[in-house]
Design a protein. Structure first.
Length: 174
């Protein structure tokens, strides 16, 4: 994973969004689990409430605060299919992406932000609609979309830890 931006967190409710991306058509599994810590305290983790969407077309603003996710699958953080490490089963090998939306609260004067990610095959993470991290070396365009396969010739693939608790790759987000 590589850090790609600065997180615009603020006091009150914030939106964490992730696009889980398959490497190529026919993929047998997909996973995205996100953990968020603010000032050393975990504020969003595996099992917390989320909305998940398997997009079949471009969905404008899906990662923005206030997006109406009521049409999505309501579930628990840890989305995907095929490898028995997913709390919310969604997705298939015929489609490139699954979107996940969660929410976390921050008190006054939020400071440091750490994001942990366990994923298969690729992902892009956004905070309040701003991209902050993505899989390094993947063939994901600047705008992650419903048809953003991670391997369009790069040979990129990544496996989730499949451990309990998840083996997060942790990023210190500015």
């Amino acid at each position: 994973m590589e850090i790609t931006g600065t997180a615009p967190i603020h006091a009150g409710t914030n939106t964490i969004a992730g696009a889980a991306l398959n490497d190529s058509p026919g993929s047998s599994d997909l996973t995205l689990i996100i953990q968020v810590s603010v000032d050393g305290s975990v504020v969003f983790d595996e099992g917390d409430p989320i909305a998940a969407i398997q997009p079949m077309e471009t969905i404008d603003g899906w990662a923005m605060p206030g997006f109406d996710s009521s049409g999505g699958t309501q579930g628990a953080n840890g989305v995907g299919y095929g490898d028995d490490d997913d709390n919310t089963i969604i997705g298939d090998g015929d489609n490139a992406a699954v979107y996940m939306l969660g929410w976390f609260d921050v008190g006054d004067s939020p400071g440091s932000l750490m994001i942990g990610v366990d994923y298969d095959d690729g992902c892009v993470i956004l905070v309040n609609g701003v991209e902050v991290a993505r899989t390094a070396g993947a063939d994901i365009g600047d705008m992650v979309d419903f048809d953003s396969w991670t391997d369009q010739g790069s040979g990129q693939s990544h496996e989730a830890s499949k451990t309990d608790p998840p083996g997060y790759e942790v990023l210190d987000i500015p």
